[in-house]
Design a protein around this ligand. Structure first.
Ligand SMILES: NC(=O)c1ccc[n+]([C@@H]2O[C@H](COP(=O)([O-])OP(=O)(O)OC[C@H]3O[C@@H](n4cnc5c(N)ncnc54)[C@H](OP(=O)(O)O)[C@@H]3O)[C@@H](O)[C@H]2O)c1
Length: 298
């Protein structure tokens, strides 16, 4: 199949694109930095220079291919809108990438009591997560009413070595950086809040299954385990040679350094179950868990 992927210069999009190539699909990747052109070509991915704001280009690229995967941004409304407008009535597939902070609470690391959300369970969300959720709903609705096929994949905390240009995810490197500074694995508040997680290699398997066989308009949490953030800090500590030593990071200090991220991600509970991925697509995640992977720097 011909597949157009956004975000191919980095973690999720890059890994998805490399895996699709390995499975014999023809892949075009959107890149906004010229430096990425050569590395894309050597990975067998045809680079197209552009950005998510180039909505006319996005529409044209999507129309050239059988499947479009938007893995550059969970939050760029106009890119998602342009892809839907251009694919309407074509019967082609759009796979959009969300992120499980949409079900996050405001725990600031202080509690673990939280609903565990299966796909399609209604949830209350923090106001700042509502635009992301609106995009997910728009994409799903397009798969019912607009003569195209859609799927929304919602990764949790992704860990493990990426397959593309950028090997590292987002949350763990942020924790590693701060932990390196203080000489101990850090967690927000009391580190009690819990996040679901998924290995990048299992996640790319899920995208492949969605490309090959997803029915239209479904939502897929991508999750294969969960861990309290204090235990994530222990793993980070081992990976840095601090012997499991951990330390609390006050949420206000963390916000001063990282912006809202500790309030909407690192300090929250985000607990989900990948019911559709397993039940509908037959996804069977099998990679080592987060604690083992991060502790051993795998
Ligand atoms: N990693 C996780 O654990 C995780 C979990 C859940 C959800 N998500 C969400 O999934 C999405 C991708 O995550 P990621 O970890 O792969 O992020 P990432 O490593 O930062 O990669 C983002 C990619 O999108 C590209 N990009 C961003 N804005 C763009 C724009 N306006 N025009 C063109 N390209 C643009 C970047 O290109 P450049 O190289 O030019 O910057 C890069 O290739 C994000 O929205 C993230 O919030 C991530």
């Amino acid at each position: 199949m011909k597949v157009f992927v956004t975000g191919t210069s980095r973690y999720i999009g890059g890994s998805v694109a490399v895996n699709l190539r390995a499975q014999g699909h023809e892949v075009r990747g959107l890149v906004r930095r010229r430096e990425s052109v050569v590395s894309h070509r050597s990975a067998g991915i045809e680079p197209v220079l552009g950005a998510l704001d180039d909505t006319e280009l996005l529409g044209r690229l999507a129309n050239w291919v059988d499947v479009t995967i938007n893995a550059a941004s969970s939050d760029h409304f106009w890119a998602a809108h342009a892809l839907i407008e251009s694919l309407s009535g074509t019967g082609k597939m759009l796979i959009h990438t969300s992120g499980s902070s949409i079900v996050g609470d405001d725990a600031a690391g202080m509690y673990a009591e939280s609903t565990v959300y299966a796909d399609d369970m209604p949830f209350q969300m923090l106001l700042n997560r509502s635009p992301r959720n609106e995009i997910d709903r728009l994409v799903r609705a397009a798969g019912i009413f607009r003569g195209m096929r859609t799927a929304v994949i919602c990764p949790t905390m992704v860990y493990g070595q990426g397959l593309g240009e950028k090997a590292d995810s987002d949350e763990i490197p942020k924790l590693r950086k701060k932990s390196t500074e203080v000489g101990a694995g850090v967690y927000i508040g009391e580190g009690r809040s819990i996040w679901s997680n998924v290995h990048i290699a299992d996640l790319v398997d899920l995208y492949l299954l969605a490309v090959e066989r997803a029915p239209s308009a479904l939502f897929y949490f991508a999750e294969s385990g969960e861990l309290a953030m204090r235990d994530v800090a222990v793993a980070v500590s081992h990976s840095l040679g601090f012997g499991g030593k951990t330390q609390s990071w006050n949420v206000d200090d963390a916000v001063a350094e990282l912006g809202l991220w500790p309030r909407i991600a690192l300090g929250t509970n985000s607990r989900v179950r990948a019911t559709n991925a397993r039940g509908v697509l037959g996804w069977t995640p099998s990679r080592p868990d987060l604690a083992a992977t991060v502790s051993a720097n795998l």
